[in-house]
Design a protein around this ligand. Structure first.
Ligand SMILES: [Zn+2]
Length: 247
């Protein structure tokens, strides 16, 4: 049961209550909208339904999901376990995707679902071609970029000593110019090669600075000053913020 912020009544399916028009859909703040856009560029998706689209965010990082669920208020329905590590490994073995998938290399997958909302229906237009494509008029604010980077970004300390950032964007291949132009207003100029945007060492520092504070659960991706600290924070993220068959 959830409480409608407008009339104060409780409903099993609050989205349906709003859809019927008895009460208006809640307003989404600018911050919530930008967060959804950034997450949709990354791990978020809006599965195909005939109407009343809902957004979902599957992730192993339960810490971030709990924070996201709270930030979205009445718009989301909590963090739920989607598949255990054992189920994921078994699925990848059976599908042939990874015939030797070992359960110890997997984490439990959690997910947060939103309720229906006209803004989510609007975002579903990203799928007009049949697969998810970033619209060309997307406004890459630092907030949008922050949540995209939290999902698909990474740091590579490699052999340079200074880290380089990258953002994976496999769904956008053959659109390198469009991807690079997203950053026209940003203080960085990444280049798109082999399914990802790559940043120089200097641009990596500018990028992290521009993105602002990391969202909970992802501080390791912001740790550019020390490889050791980066590694220990990353370990924490996988060991403490994620679970393994419920543990
Ligand atoms: Zn109501």
């Amino acid at each position: 049961m959830a409480t409608c912020p407008n009339c104060g009544d409780n409903f099993d399916r609050l989205g349906l209550h709003w859809w019927h028009g008895t009460c208006p859909y809640p307003e989404l703040s600018e911050q919530q909208r930008q967060m959804l856009v950034g997450l949709l560029m990354g791990d978020g998706s809006i599965p195909d339904r005939t109407d009343n689209e809902i957004f979902h965010l599957p992730m192993i990082n339960r810490r971030f999901l709990r924070w996201f669920d709270e930030k979205m208020g009445v718009m989301t329905t909590g963090v739920s376990l989607k598949k255990t590590a054992a189920q994921l490994a078994a699925h990848n073995r059976e599908s042939g995707f990874s015939p030797n998938a070992a359960v110890e290399n997997y984490h439990d997958m959690y997910t947060v679902w939103t309720r229906t909302h006209p803004y989510i229906t609007e975002l579903r237009e990203w799928y007009a071609t049949g697969e998810k494509r970033f619209p060309t008029d997307i406004e890459l604010s630092s907030t949008v970029a922050k949540f995209w980077y939290a999902c698909d970004g990474y740091l590579d300390f490699g052999r340079w000593g200074r880290p380089r950032a990258g953002i994976k964007a496999r769904n956008e291949q053959n659109r390198s110019a469009a991807l690079e132009s997203l950053f026209e207003e940003a203080p960085v100029t990444p280049s798109y090669r082999r399914h990802e945007l790559r940043f120089s060492c200097d641009d990596t520092e500018r990028l992290i600075d521009w993105l602002g504070a990391p969202p909970p659960g992802f501080s390791y991706k912001w740790t550019i000053d020390s490889k050791d600290r980066y590694r220990s924070r990353k370990r924490t993220a996988y060991e403490t913020y994620a679970t393994h068959n419920g543990k």
